[in-house]
Design a binder for this molecule. Structure first.
Ligand code: GLY
Length: 394
């Protein structure tokens, strides 16, 4: 049984219903601009990778060691899908070599972000080209993700040494890591991956979403008993506020899980989380980095959270007929138009981001009011969804 939580009425319903839709032409123009930036970044990154966020609006270049390295490869695949141009495929395939090397040599993989890394780089590569190397890398990554499973508490441990009591927690972001496990079940025929994914999803839905439909960022379980302990934040404003990107991970994670499990009874949780998010958008429809802030607070936006939430709303339409579906269509149009018009830059410059005004981690001062590579990725994914019936890499 899915628990019942509060579903707010959408306050700006009429504004959303009156939104002019994003046309295919508009989306194509915006995506073509993104692809020019990707093109400029290929020689700039070479066979290495952008760091997670820009510094003074320029991506530092790193080795394949971060949780965010899959997004760049995902952008190459999206560019290849749209243009058919081999240069994008070639670079994406070079990156697959790097991802295979990373998983075979267990480089910086003692965490749960295997899905962000391998769904976008290797599952995508396998789906688009049939690459056996990509498939092997992605299955190895799924195996690695399974090693984070905590039977006591039924969750995948996010970070830190396995079993350490101070790290006995999962986080809402992981909803985007578990599609890798569902995919692994499909291609191997081994149900175990999907069973773990589904159990983790159910644990998340029980505890990390509050009764008012806002989300904790992280949730601790009791390592002795496996019972729920308490919610806390790492990247949000406070333990009891709702970090915008965490809310967006939920909005996108729920439909991706429904895609694989067909558990449409979770659609109400999606509605509850989405309505909470939409009701806290500022005037220009692009959320602040924590939903606690309003236009009076002089805080940075997190454009990446906006793009993630749009992808979630567009994905949900494919899996269930839900109340207010037209309102969500209008909301995605309002958010996307705002991103297209005010959160991108006309100039193409090697090393520059595509989507501006994101926040990576406010408390640690990382990527505050900067571009970040997942913002670029989800913005391109959202635009792609307006252009064609897109088969997700997730
Ligand atoms: N998954 C980490 C983040 O969203 O920053």
């Amino acid at each position: 049984m899915v628990r019942k939580i509060n579903i707010e009425e959408i306050k700006r319903k009429d504004e959303f219903l009156n939104a002019p839709p994003i046309t295919k032409e508009e989306a194509k123009k915006a995506l073509e601009h993104c692809i020019k930036q990707v093109e400029a970044n290929i020689p700039y990154f070479g066979n290495r990778f952008p760091w997670s966020a820009t510094k003074q609006l320029q991506y530092p270049i790193i080795d394949n060691v971060e949780w965010t390295d899959g997004f760049w490869t995902g952008m190459l695949w999206l560019s290849y899908e749209y243009t058919g141009d081999e240069k994008f495929r070639k670079q994406a395939e070079n990156n697959i070599d790097s991802f295979l090397h990373r998983v075979e040599n267990q480089i910086e993989l003692d965490h749960h972000d295997l899905g962000f890394l391998y769904s976008l780089s290797c599952v995508s590569g396998y789906k688009l080209t049939g690459s056996e190397k990509a498939k092997r890398a992605a299955i190895l990554a799924a195996d690695k993700l399974l090693t984070r499973w905590q039977e006591k508490g039924q969750f995948l441990q996010a970070w830190g040494p396995f079993n350490s009591p101070e790290h006995y927690r999962f986080i809402i972001d992981c909803m985007l890591n578990i599609p890798l496990l569902y995919w692994a079940s499909e291609v191997t025929g081994d149900k175990h991956y999907a069973e773990i994914a589904q159990k983790h999803f159910e644990t998340s839905c029980k505890y990390v979403i509050r009764d008012d439909a806002s989300a904790f960022h992280t949730f601790y379980m009791n390592p002795e008993t496996g019972e729920p302990d308490h919610g806390a934040t790492r990247q949000g404003f406070s333990d009891d506020s709702s970090w915008a990107r965490g809310q967006a991970w939920g909005i996108y994670g729920i439909p991706l899980n429904i895609k694989y499990t067909h558990q449409t009874e979770y659609a109400d949780l999606f509605r509850a989380m989405t309505n909470y998010f939409l009701n806290r958008l500022p005037e220009d429809y692009v959320c602040y980095w924590d939903l606690i802030f309003t236009d009076k607070d002089n805080q940075s936006r997190d454009s990446s959270a906006a793009a993630i939430a749009v992808c979630g709303m567009l994905e949900m339409k494919k899996h269930a007929d839900i109340k207010d579906a037209e309102v969500y269509d209008g909301a995605t149009a309002r958010i996307m138009r705002s991103l297209i018009e005010n959160y991108t830059c006309d100039e193409i410059k090697a090393g520059a981001p595509i989507l501006y005004h994101g926040v990576y981690s406010y408390h640690s001062g990382k990527g505050v009011d900067e571009g970040n590579i997942w913002g670029d990725y989800y913005y391109m994914e959202a635009l792609t969804r307006y252009i064609k019936e897109w088969n997700p890499y997730w």
